[in-house]
Design a protein around this ligand. Sequence first.
Ligand code: GLY
Length: 565
Amino acid sequence: MRGNINIFSFQHIRISFYLCLWLAISPVYAQSPSANAVASAHPLATQAGLEVLEQGGNAFDAAVAITAALAVVEPTGSGLGGGGFWLLHRESDQKKVMIDGREMAPGFAHRRMYLDENDNVRERASLDGPLAGGIPGIPAGLVYLAMNYGRLPLSISMAPAIKYAQQGFPISSGLSQSIERAREDFQSYPSSSKIFLPEGNVPDAGYQLIQADLAATLKSIANQGFAGFYQGEMASKIVQGMTANGGIWTAEDLQNYVVLERRPFETNYKDIKIVSASPPSSGGIVMGQILKILEHFDLENMDYVSRAHYVIEAARRAYRDRAVFLGDPDFVEIPEQRLLDDDYIEGLALTIDPLNATPSDKLGELPEIRNKGNSTTHFSVLDKEGNRVAGTLSINRGFGSKFVIPGTGVLVNNEMDDFAIKPENPNSYGLIGYEANAIEPRKRPLSSMTPTFVESEERVGILGTPGGSRIITMVLLGVLDFSSGKLPESWVDLPRFHHQYKPDTVYFERNAFTTDEQQALISRGHQLRESRRLYGNMHAIMWDKRTNYIYAASDKRGEGKAETR
Ligand code: GLY
């Protein structure tokens, strides 16, 4: 007995010794963040998120506040007439989920709806006016987030947005310029010009923009939840306003709108875990394919031009698969496993010539297309409990369809243009598509929105950006920067370049490549085109668990604000 006790004690001391040694040499990671953080495209939206966090809300309540505020203060990018994806991480049970509030095609939508009798695409039919709009998902998303993940009532989390709409807010020079660019379109709709062209003029920077009808619509949602937008009096007003102006939405379309919980896309790149948007967004899968192809190459030890070459070639191949295979998973079977299969990815990697661009046509016959586009919005939130939200929201092009539903203040999206309105016909971002993304009633158009978390043992990142088809490559460059150990300030400032298979062109920001680097890429066979403007508007947060320091950064290309508190 005594001997046993002695042996136990000896073992106990040995175990304790090794335990202490292990603890001494193992890093200690913070269990919860030292501060709340919000980064969004507008200082007032960031302020709304922080206010709600200080009132006892969590990151999901903050997401409601920011989403609603952006609908008021950034009408170019998102709004109650649009849709989006909110990627959530709940710390208490480690649940990760993508809330899908993407627009749904109306019941009367059909695949010939934007074609004339000769099967030609009717110019701008999927972009302008009520016919361009899918059934909005943002109002339902606000309600769903608050009811299922938040802890505050909508009356509190939507209060800042209601205040901004009711009392007005000073418009920025950027918004004034955007209104100037949309002036002619707004003039086609009295309900739109009444708000955005007061007394017929483009408002100057500093003008206090009051949106009384929008305030009433926000209040209706805050008071009645789903019914406050999709049923009853509000739904009648919406259907009437749409129908009177050539739209096809019905009361059933609104009543049947449904928010869906989707399993996020998850993959690894080296020792980093990526959690991102799943279909009906193409973001996660396309970025995942690119990263998996890039794992076959030693990017860290390459010169900048070679690195860009491999990123471009990987993107070319992944965007091709996007065009052929991706669409709404409730309507088409997406061969996700096959697209990410190791052998398939290795096969794609092997087709990359280290010194020469592969012309996109050599990957298989597809048509020439036009290009361009930039709108949408993104925000990131981290709360002190460790909950996170990456939200990317859209009404598609700037101010969506430019049509405000009379009496509601709601700008209708033009997200129907994200469908392949005719096989192989490029949409406004130059993206092409086929059967998988053809229009069908109640189907969700394929998106490129890529709200993303990146996680390693020591660090957690939250990021995303607007920018149409270029969203995926912007987030990709941010993820690669995270992987190199850089901070959000660097991710959001990175000079950007992009390839999307067709057109067979590398678009780049003016500071992305020096003249010599451009020459080096051209000599490898790449066709380069400098973007007329800087593009994207990334808002990102990083929690360094080693120091428990929170970093937040907003893209200097935009007017946003990042703050930790
Ligand atoms: N409307 C842009 C996108 O969803 O990709």
